[in-house]
Design a protein around this ligand. Structure first.
Ligand SMILES: [Fe+2]
Length: 185
């Protein structure tokens, strides 16, 4: 049975293992294998946004709901991340730093039940290519909100300090667009 407190406790214990990211990835895999249990604990994902389920210096647990068509700008985390999908799917585009700025470096499509374990230096952009909402549980090996890091303008790829409110705006706008399209039939 999935419940937030139990999940957070298990992840906290996993942080003490010799390979904490792998140990947490396993827990996220187990959680997203039972989407109906996550829905029972968190409610069915039907609005774009993110919700903080746990935050400490050592770990952040977030629920992300990606609206249809959303495209989140490239960003890094500077901590490992285990991103598990439990509904819908997401497209990841990866980037690497070069002398001239960012360069694209492949991609990965994730679908429900899959987990992406991202290293601390990964730079990625996330999109929801589906017509429905995508729901995910992300566990980060640090404080997602307080760790200084970067985001990049999606068009110019100009590097800027990461701003969590910009993430919120992208999700809100995509949510509004999706609803407007839905309403127009
Ligand atoms: Fe990310």
């Amino acid at each position: 049975m999935f419940d937030i407190d139990g999940f957070v406790t298990e992840c906290s214990v996993a942080l003490g293992e010799s390979q904490p990211a792998l140990a947490v990835e396993e827990l996220v895999e187990r959680a997203v294998a039972q989407p109906e249990q996550i829905d029972a604990a968190l409610g069915t994902a039907s609005r774009g946004g993110f919700r903080c389920l746990h935050r400490s210096d050592a770990m952040t647990v977030l629920q992300f709901v990606w609206p249809p068509g959303v495209q989140l700008f490239p960003h890094d985390h500077r901590m490992w991340a285990a991103n598990g999908i439990y509904g819908g799917g997401e497209d990841n585009a990866f980037y690497r730093r070069t002398a001239d700025g960012l360069q694209t470096s492949g991609g990965k499509q994730l679908k429900a039940g899959e987990v992406a374990l991202l290293g601390a230096d990964v730079i990625h952009a996330v999109a929801n290519p589906n017509r429905g909402y995508t729901a995910a549980i992300h566990v980060y090996g640090g404080d997602y909100f307080a760790t200084p890091r970067s985001q990049w303008d999606p068009t110019t790829l100009h590097e800027q300090p990461f701003d969590v409110e910009a993430v919120r705006r992208v999700l809100d706008e995509a949510d509004r667009r999706a609803r407007a399209e839905d309403a127009s039939g």
